[in-house]
Write a protein that binds this ligand. Sequence first.
Ligand SMILES: [Zn+2]
Length: 653
Amino acid sequence: MSTPLRDKLYNHILGMVERKTKLTAGFTEFYKENGGKENVLKELNLSKSGSWKRKLKELYPGEFSVSKKGTISRVGQSGASQPNVLAKNDSKSTAKLVMKVDRVDESSLESHIQNWIKRVEGFSGKSKGRKGRKKISTDGVGKPCPTCNVQMVAGPKNGKPFMSTIEHIIPLSMGGDNTYTGEFPQLTAMCFACNQARNKVVQATKKSDRKGLVRFLITQVYGRIDDSLSAFMDVFKNHYKIQTGRTLEHKTSTNQDIHLIQAGFCGNNAVSTASLIFDMFGSHPIKNIILLEQREANLIDFEAWNPYAPEIILVPNGDDNLQLSALERVLSTTSKAICMIHPSKTSQTFERLLQSNNIALLKPVNQTNINARTSIKASLSRLLPWNWFNWNKTPRALEPSTVLQNQKKDLEMTEVLEKKEPQVSTKSVDRTPAKQSGGPAKNQHPLEEFRKRLIKKSKHERYRESGLTVGEIQSILFSMKKKTELSWSQFFKLFDLKKKGLSEETVLTILEMAAVDYTTKTENETMFYMLNKKQTKLPVKEQVKNPLEEIEEVPEKRFSPEQRIVINAALEKIRTEISNFESEGKVFKASNLSRVYSNYGGGVEFKKLLGLPISTKLHDMFTMLFGDAFKISGSSPNWEIRNNPNHKSTQEE
Ligand SMILES: [Zn+2]
């Protein structure tokens, strides 16, 4: 029997125990990383048949038990680990993923503190010369700051507050030295803001409080701050906020629940991904939601993801849909959210929105990369800065120059969003004819869209044999509704239904209305709807005008008096700009609208101010806001905006 592999598996299983990984998923992962199932079983001298429950007994008698749910636990979990096994940790093996329990030995930390208290109290007052080691600060770049957990950057240009610096844990002025080895190195990389804030704490502390100060300075980095040290912590937080504009929460909050929202197909390496998150953030995602474009539904290995992501949600095709759905998710969770998105699906707007909400972003580099772990890690380290704290929700006041820059970006990005038609790129993984994918055709009645989606979904291999449950049909309506940004009752009006919410009954009514041919079967008390392979085509004339278009013409009274003022001011401003441009023989274009938006903090803010969805297109927005005051011609993003000579009255009255 191969002993190294046995040890490796042991560590892998410990990881599975920690992560409550299901047997199948966990072992599949192990096989994958160790030359396949056959190879693993052969090396471990195990028979091909028989359950893993039995195999575990054989390999590690009395060590593990398997629950009915298919997760492993350790028998008589005493916490006594197997040091000899852990010591052999192969750096390449999955053993690395084994949960790193906070292994700081409390007693050795305590004696370290006591030792320093003695040294500080006996300090002559003659400081040692400063001997920094540049390597410490350069090594800190890309790593989380030990005190505030924000990822540290290389130099002031990248953001001074989070620049990696060398911190003397006990300042030289108090008797600290320049050592950087041992269990609790005296020199460590730390962000500039924390370094400064700690200096302020030292300056603010009376000599008589030195004992507590030493304890604070050490435990803030190597241990856990308890209530007895909160006075120091308060001073620290104050100065930290001055440095960064952000409110720092207690360090222990790193272990807060993490929600991972995966947008787009990011590979099927579920175990690695979950472990990666753990490695990076010290906590496993307690909830993992995968949002997938419908056209990519057949890429995902549902079984592999199931133990980690019970929720896999199919959204309409298109990057915008994906991004909006992801945003909605990450912003609605009360836990810490991480958003993982495939690089081809992301956009600057999206990333900026995440960043402004302090949500970390993971971008795996390669979609079908076997080594997703490494690639995510690499891309993560490039993304600066991320952080793991609930910052103060109120955004930091920005310098005027930053505001201007942001406005410019906002406009560019709004236009990018507007320009993006639902399209299937040639590189797309779409396996169905192109015309099937993409958003619904313009002027398509929602019922028709629903019908098409339903038929498409029923053909998907996941449902082809089993049929669809009401819930699965319901999700189609759900994603359609989401796209319209209407309330449920408004949405159902499109179907001429007076309903306030989505109920099973409504789903079935719409199913009937959609005129699809189907049969039903009942299994385990669940009704499955099987659509017939052949569906009668709806006569073309039944396709009425999309009622959405009428709804989008928002009645004027929707705007509040304050909003009307903004609208009128914008209208006047656009008119002025148009005449300015015309006097120079130029045409005012959509890209010049930044001049208008700039008063309101950018295009996105402008829309927000007026209660318009960010995705509102230029045409629709102009109609809503200014009626027929302007004429828009040309094509996105170079829309040309002119005064409408036929425009009779303004909307002021
Ligand atoms: Zn810091």
